[in-house]
Design a protein around this ligand. Structure first.
Ligand code: SF4
Length: 365
């Protein structure tokens, strides 16, 4: 890894903020977050707060050296200058559907203004031999935090309430992978339609594996989705096989075809993918892969891997990457994004627009 950023005194202040934000993402903070996300799909299991006014999903960790005093983050007795405010429990969490399902089991608040749901909370790849090592999608089912399948009508009801009562500004719909060739896209199409009927104009990002039949990408756009995430998580074949034994059977070429079709249908910078830092991929190869994604018009949402409770990685004692590695990758990818004129906010909806699980926004991406 080679760092050559040509720093000025001003950029040093920015760098300190990026490093602090990276440390917070990895080591967490001593805090009782009111809005915590339980285990679920993907790599995050955090408390939701605002850091310097931006959404941030941080592990709440009683052993963290970082704490909060007077609305600022302190490292021991040192005031870092970084501001932190809580995200309050949303009012819609207190509601229940007519058939007795708590709204909170249907969709959850991410950051201060994002409604997130996993439309189908089961995955064909969840057998231990196939499962992504960082994922806990079915764990939150076991502890009753969510329900296995959300109906379009339930999602519409919750979205309407979350927008009206809590000022939600965008929605993220992900799904476990289903058996059919649509890979879960069919349920997403129905869900997007229903939510937009209840809340016209709400920006929605859908997330799924590359559908076997690419025409589903047009169906998702026609339903009214604003953006799409097709998440590869890693580009290195060895890393893919090791971390995602099931998902890595989908060839990278299928991802590339789906990304290209999605850019054609949704537009430049309306398509994104997660890239996890800390799975053992060579950082400069990861950055080169991010550069190729940017050239395609796909936003590489760089996120630190963290061993969430309930994952196979945590069981196997795998630890999060160091802050220096995360900062290096994040700063470099943010610079590539800026050079290409791509910002997460311009996705309109979705994880890159939210930014909470990444340090990219702090780094100017
Ligand atoms: S980045 Fe995505 S997963 Fe993370 S809090 Fe925001 S919407 Fe949720």
């Amino acid at each position: 890894m080679s760092v050559g950023t040509g720093r000025t005194p001003n950029s040093t202040a920015v760098d300190v903020r990026i490093t602090t934000r990276a440390e917070l993402a990895l080591r967490g903070i001593r805090l009782d977050a009111e809005v915590a996300r339980p285990a679920g799909a993907g790599p995050s299991d955090d408390g939701h707060v605002l850091v310097d006014g931006a959404n941030a999903a941080l592990p709440t960790n009683p052993a963290s050296p970082y704490s909060v005093r007077d609305g600022r983050v302190w490292l021991g007795e040192e005031d870092t200058g970084v501001e932190l405010s809580p995200v309050h429990r949303p009012k819609f969490y207190d509601l229940t559907t007519a058939d007795g399902v708590r709204y909170e089991q249907i969709a959850r608040l991410h950051g201060a203004d994002v409604l997130a749901t996993t439309v189908v909370q089961t995955c064909i790849r969840y057998a231990e031999s196939d499962r992504c090592r960082f994922c806990t999608i079915e764990e939150s089912l076991r502890d009753g935090a969510t329900v296995a399948a959300k109906t379009p009508a339930q999602l519409a009801e919750v979205a309407e309430a979350a927008v009206r009562l809590d000022g939600v500004r965008q929605m993220v719909m992900t799904t476990g992978t289903t058996n059919g060739p649509d890979r879960g896209a069919r349920n997403l199409v129905r869900s997007v339609r229903a939510v937009l009927q209840a809340v016209p104009g709400l920006p929605i990002q859908v997330q799924c594996e590359p559908p076997g039949d690419l025409r589903w990408i047009t169906e998702l756009r026609d339903a009214g989705a604003t953006a799409i995430g097709i998440h590869v998580e890693a580009l290195d074949e060895q890393v893919r096989k090791r971390w995602m034994p099931g998902k890595s059977q989908v060839p990278l070429a299928d991802y590339e075809a789906a990304w290209d079709e999605a850019v054609r249908v949704f537009g430049h910078n309306r398509v994104s993918t997660y890239l996890l830092v800390g799975l053992g991929e060579d950082p400069d190869e990861l950055i080169a892969g991010a550069a190729r994604l940017i050239e395609r018009g796909v936003y590489p949402f760089v996120v630190p891997f963290r061993p969430m409770a309930g994952t196979l990685a945590a069981r196997d004692g795998i630890t999060a990457p160091g802050a220096e590695l995360l900062t290096y990758v994040t700063e470099t990818v943010a610079r590539l994004l800026r050079d290409a004129g791509m910002s997460g906010a311009d996705q309109g909806a979705g994880c890159a627009a939210c930014g909470a699980c990444s340090v990219l926004k702090t780094a100017g991406g």
